[in-house]
Write a protein that binds this ligand. Structure first.
Ligand code: HEM
Length: 328
């Protein structure tokens, strides 16, 4: 299938994944309380457990970790299918493990979200109806469902391209959960999908650098391709993240004067650190790959992935923080 054909398949599947999450009106929670059609707003009214900046810590952490694992598995598989040599068995095995980890953590997130929306750790039969009665619930189910499809295809059908397409669709379903489902949707939805796709490519490339066998033919060419892909990804992630934040905030000043803006700026600072890592790799370690650079590159990539994980967890938190009201 040529690239245009692939893109058409991705878009068609994305449309299918989002169909069940079509926007509806407000639904009623088990106690009759109205539940907003997006995830984080439905947690505002009730909520259980500790909070940070008014966001439920458990749900936010699980959201970041689950989406991050899905991004890692999808990005790595997409690169293996379309851009990079296999690098041995390790990268593909890691991608499969990441996808299954994503499925498990996203299911846990769904449960945490349900508890928050129902306002109790005990889920009675009525609470489960939130999964079908609210747009946010249906979107959560669509995300978990498409993530399972990606993991199954990666594990049992030896076509990394098909699994990568399913993973990309799961990330589009992810983009449809949270503020992008409610605010400036026509722009914020595609921008957030681009944000998650570009982040997936970036993270997948780092994992390939860490796991691919440097002794295999084509390795150095692969390193150069990862470097080029990371440059495009950093531009796409930063631009889409900044514009999305500005769409959600009533004014640009709120970047400095709100919790939402503060966390967005912390992510931007994290990307700054990642860019410094990238430049050090490209200009210092990659040219020395044939001598002592390869081992140093792997060690440095480990630290870079650590920073990336922090930025991703901040993403999960951000998705649960309410931007200030326009009138406030
Ligand atoms: C390595 C770079 C980055 C990665 C891997 C990343 C990853 C993520 C993830 C995983 C989410 C959560 C998606 C969800 O659960 O719905 C997210 C959301 C978001 N990120 Fe990033 N991010 C990065 C950089 C940035 C930057 C530089 C900004 C801009 C300041 C930014 C702004 C946002 C915004 C506005 C959201 C949407 C939150 C919401 O729904 O309200 N991100 N990002």
């Amino acid at each position: 299938v040529n690239p245009i054909g692939r893109a058409a398949v991705v878009l068609a599947l994305a449309a299918g994944a989002l169909a069940p999450a079509s926007r509806g009106g407000w639904a009623a929670a088990p106690d009759g309380r109205p539940v907003a059609p997006v995830a984080q707003d439905s947690t505002d009214a009730a909520g259980v457990g500790p909070t940070l900046l008014d966001a439920p810590v458990l749900a936010a952490g699980l959201r970041g970790a689950g989406v991050g694992a899905l991004m890692a598995g999808t990005g790595l598989l997409a690169l293996l299918a379309w851009l990079l040599p296999s690098g041995g068995d390790a990268p593909r095995r890691a991608a499969i493990r990441m996808l299954w980890a994503g499925v498990v953590v996203l299911v846990l997130h769904l449960l945490a979200w349900l508890c928050d929306a129902a306002g109790s750790w005990h889920l009675d039969p009525d609470a489960w109806t939130l999964l079908t009665a609210t747009t946010a619930g249906r979107a959560e189910v669509a995300r978990v469902g498409t993530a399972v499809v990606a993991a199954v295809l990666a594990t049992w059908v030896s076509r990394p391209g098909a699994a990568a397409v399913a993973g990309l669709v799961a990330l589009v379903a992810s983009a449809d959960i949270g503020h992008a489902a409610a605010i400036a949707t026509a722009w914020s939805l595609p921008l957030k999908a681009l944000h998650l796709w570009a982040g997936a490519v970036w993270l997948g490339g780092l994992l390939w650098l860490l796991l691919a066998d440097p002794g295999r033919p084509g390795h150095h060419g692969g390193v150069l391709r990862v470097s080029a892909a990371a440059l495009i990804a950093v531009l796409a992630v930063t631009a889409s993240g900044l514009v999305t934040a500005l769409l959600f905030l009533p004014s640009a000043r709120d970047l400095l004067h709100s919790a939402y803006g503060g966390v967005a700026l912390a992510k931007l600072a994290g990307v700054g650190v990642l860019v410094i890592f990238g430049a050090y790799h490209k200009f210092v370690l990659v040219p020395r790959a044939a001598t002592d650079g390869a081992a140093k590159l792997r060690r440095s990539v480990r630290y870079e992935i650590g920073v990336m994980i922090l930025v991703i967890l901040l993403g999960g938190l951000l998705a649960y923080i309410s931007p200030p009201d326009p009138g406030a």
